[in-house]
Design a protein around this ligand. Sequence first.
Ligand code: HEM
Length: 411
Amino acid sequence: MTATHDAVTAAERCTPEFRRDPHAVYAQLRETAPVCPMRPPHGNETYLITRYEHARAALSDPRLSKDMYGAMDAYRRIFGDSSVALDDNMLNSDAPKHTRLRRLVNSAFTPRRVQALGPRIEDIAGTLLDACPAREPFDLLPAFAFPLPIIVLCDLLGVPPQDRSHMQQLSTTVAQTGFSEETKRAQQKAEEDLHAYFTDLIAAKRDRPADDLLSALTAVRDNDGGLSENELVSTAFLLMFAGHKTTAYLIGNAVHHLLSHPAQLRAVRENPELIRPAVEELVRYDGSVESATFRYATEDVEYGGTRIPKGALVQIALSSANRDPLKFDAPDELDVMRPGNAQDAHLGFGHGSHYCLGAPLARLEAQLALTGLFDRFPRMTLADPAGEPRWLQVPFPAFRGLAELPVVLDP
Ligand code: HEM
């Protein structure tokens, strides 16, 4: 595929060829059209940013707004009206609303609360692995990578165990990426169900508070008054939604790449301390969030000599920025000992005021999931080591993940 402007319609970025190796197309774009006008299927004028330097600047550029209420027309054309009530949260707002919401959530979603989840994450990983076949090929995604974060999120928020599969199903439906009327209708119904579910759950937490994040957030709302009821519901939804597929696909991508790079895996197994930098490198190398959420230009802006007109949408390709050779040496190599790959070097968790609020939890989950898996099954292999991985086919490149991950734990 040639990376001309026309080649980069959102539809073309979703062909099987592109999904198999998006990095090759991004490499051409960084060279030939680093700020590239696209013709996406939803019809809004959109620019794709692919270089690290521009991506990092754009992620914290106050002229690029995240306030979906301000950009209502553009968002409505893409996503319809349905998500408005659930989008009343920090991810879709600018300062000062964003600052207020993020501060309030931070006061309840503390480092202590995240660290306390460690032993529980190890338990959940162990229980899920107990149920996997040891010697037969099976798909690790539905058996391990997907249930692990949803169980953790339910525990964190205080969603009762009997509601977990309902949550998983609703969260999966909402996260579908498609523009067909059928997909939009299914998403709308799932969003209404989630709104109703969290409204009821918050009422229950008010009656019987427990040691969970939703009770803590409800107390913040009731005591401080700085959070509206809809913002509270919408924040619960955001935490569930933002923390599920992102973490599941990262675990899947990481397992796939470590099994495909035996020397890297051996280095991590021989030196357990390496698991932290290894997870950073895996997020950089093939993280699960391919593009940041849309921004829109509140005035004309210029990046790399290209004018982005007021009102245009901007998509920032994090996967591309993380492979930019102007920033990273040998960016297409996976190197768990990469010098200087500190947590804030790559953009896999975003940058600036919207930097991923759940990054400490996502890191902990990925580190413990990988350690639990490879410590217990040191001989684990891909079921078909010579086969082509099957990447997710999405009509819109928000997530980067595998469609399946067949493995044998103990061949
Ligand atoms: C924001 C990535 C897991 C909660 C973001 C952003 C990225 C990201 C790139 C910024 C989006 C933008 O600027 O448009 C990831 C990845 C994850 C992950 C790769 C897993 C591997 C989680 C988890 C949670 C979470 C586990 C919470 C339980 C959030 C929230 C925001 C956010 C609340 C919005 C922050 C704001 O707007 O201020 N995430 N995320 N994420 N993430 Fe994550």
